[in-house]
Design a protein around this ligand. Structure first.
Ligand code: NG1
Ligand code: ZN
Length: 528
């Protein structure tokens, strides 16, 4: 380590003294003007992680669905996964070290993790469209270069595209080519193959309205659309030409307000979807003939996908184990439908995709989605090989199903939840099954639910267990929630401290919207 150079460059990215930030569920997130030193230091940390794992590490500059003035950064581990927990702690220590202590912390981390400093390092960087992102990603690069790391700056990318690049680079090109062109070609080829197999290719399957949250999704979908236009025509809204990022639009807005985004005209029964600001989440929706808005969230996406995969396996004659992974926010109706009607085992993990992702890896086929629309499906290597063989060896119908599954596997981004990839998967399934958006929606009826945010002095006084469904502290809180829940029918409620905002989140569901609203309100009062 050239300590002199580190000191010199660090001073150019000086930490505001006293500022404390936490590497949360999605990395660091706060107002963009507080992040310069964090970016520089994450560049340093990415080099250490790369040396330790002898792999390419990713750094993504984005604050996803948060306001345009915010920004954030997260590191991507070798298989496209979120950073390992012990390194999240290192990230927090490094980001919070005062200027004079920074070098010591850096050395401590490399000693604790037995990093061979002679090892080469390679870091890939991506950023979203926020005005602050370009400069901040330059600070990441400063950190990488001062520690002697090599890098490739992909510039503007969706978050899942960066995960894809990292995964491709560390798997010797087996997964795909680590270029934007490689990503477009891999997904489009699989999608076009699939839609060719769809017998009912009427006009209603050919067009889709997409709200891009005024973010990176618009740019990337525009670049990509001609690759798959044979199978689908997309009409983009909130493409960044006028509106502000995530403002009154995007997947988070639509899901949390349960209403359509601004800037999109919706005719009855038209299929629409929204991405979030970095295009790793997607939700669908439509207006029925009476003008009522219907949201199709991550739970219903997981249901569509897992039932389709199960049907294909039956057709092929393979008995592989499929599991669906959800969080406590999954609508109770979705869990019941999956378990009781579809007979698919459902597991619940803590909030945050890394928890879902790890659980999903335990199955031959693991489908995971957060209710907010962040998710994907994972296929074990053994399954991929088996299906490839079946697609070559089996006859007729079985062969056709195996071929379909082979393409579906290629269409998923197995490194991370990906709005573009999920959109194409959903569109392919709807076309192949001949399902309209209303028929998809009718699989089950969501229980009315309400989410609230509560500001408290210190959200860490609340701790939880049982995949965040029960409060352990403060004493008496869970008992109070239990008593409130008993007052309503088909009810459930829980509280947890957010991992990305300084709030406590309250969730409630019940047999009517009024009951869900009341229950959420009463639980939020119990939190104080
Ligand atoms: P927190 O703030 O911990 O609830 C939110 C989302 C997560 C996940 C992360 C990262 C909800 C209730 N929570 O986490 O699902 O997406 O942000 O973006 O939607
Ligand atoms: Zn996002």
């Amino acid at each position: 380590m050239d300590l002199g150079a580190i000191t010199k460059y660090s001073a150019l990215h000086a930490k505001p003294s006293g500022l404390i930030l936490q590497y949360g569920t999605a990395g660091f997130r706060t107002k963009a003007e507080h992040l310069d030193h964090v970016m520089f230091r994450m560049g340093l940390l990415a080099v250490l992680r790369s040396k330790q794992t002898k792999s390419t590490i990713g750094v993504m500059v984005t604050a996803s669905h948060n306001p345009e003035e915010d920004n954030g950064v997260k590191l991507v581990d070798p298989l496209g996964e979120m950073l390992a927990p012990s390194w999240e702690e290192h990230a927090t220590c490094l980001a919070n070290a005062e200027e004079q202590d920074m070098q010591r912390v850096l050395i401590d981390i490399s000693e604790k993790e037995a990093v061979n400093l002679q090892q080469d390092a390679f870091v890939v960087i991506g950023r979203d469209t926020r005005p602050s992102s370009e400069k901040l990603s330059q600070s990441v690069i400063d950190g990488v270069t001062v520690l002697g790391g090599q890098f490739h700056d992909y510039g503007l990318l969706t978050t899942p595209q960066l995960h894809y690049m990292v995964y491709c680079r560390n798997t010797g090109g087996r997964y795909g080519k680590a270029t934007i062109e490689g990503y477009y070609q891999k997904l489009s080829k699989a999608f076009v193959e699939l839609t060719k197999q769809a017998s009912c290719g009427g006009d209603e399957y050919r067009s889709l309205k997409v709200d891009c949250a005024n973010g990176i999704g618009a740019l990337k979908l525009r670049e990509m659309e001609h690759y798959f236009s044979q199978g689908l025509s997309v009409q983009l809204f909130n493409d960044g030409s006028k509106g502000k990022l995530n403002h009154l639009c995007g997947a988070d807005f639509v899901k949390s307000h349960q209403k359509p985004p601004q800037g999109m005209e919706i005719k009855s029964n038209e299929r629409c979807c929204s991405f979030d600001g970095d295009a790793d989440r997607i939700v669908y929706y439509y207006h029925d003939a009476d003008g009522h808005f219907h949201l199709i969230d991550g739970d219903k996406i997981a249901t569509l996908i897992s039932s389709f995969l199960k049907e294909l396996l039956v057709e092929i004659g393979e008995s592989l184990n499929i599991g669906v992974v959800q969080t406590a926010y999954a609508n109770g109706s979705s869990t019941r439908y999956l378990e009781e009607v579809m007979k698919v085992p459902v597991y619940c993990t803590k909030t945050g995709v890394k928890h879902l992702h790890h659980k999903a890896q335990e199955f031959d086929i693991g489908v995971y989605f957060e209710a907010n629309g962040h998710g994907t499906a994972l296929f074990s290597t053994a399954v991929e090989m088996k299906i490839k063989q079946s697609a070559e060896q089996l006859e007729d119908k079985k062969r056709k199903a195996a071929k379909m599954l082979e393409n579906i596997i290629d269409l998923f981004n197995q490194a991370a939840g990906d709005a573009i990839s999920d959109m194409l998967v959903i569109e392919a399934i709807l076309a192949l099954k001949g399902l309209t958006v209303q028929q998809w929606d009718a699989l089950y009826t969501d229980l009315p639910n309400r989410q609230l945010k509560v500001q408290v002095a210190d959200r860490r006084v609340i701790s939880t267990t049982n995949a965040e469904r029960q409060a352990v502290t403060p004493p008496g809180l869970q008992e109070a929630i239990n008593d409130l829940v008993k007052k309503y029918k088909l009810s459930r409620a829980f509280v947890r401290p957010s991992g990305t905002e300084d709030v406590v989140r309250v969730y409630a569901e019940a047999d009517s919207q009024e009951s869900a609203d009341h229950l959420a309100h009463e639980v939020s009062l119990a939190v104080f």
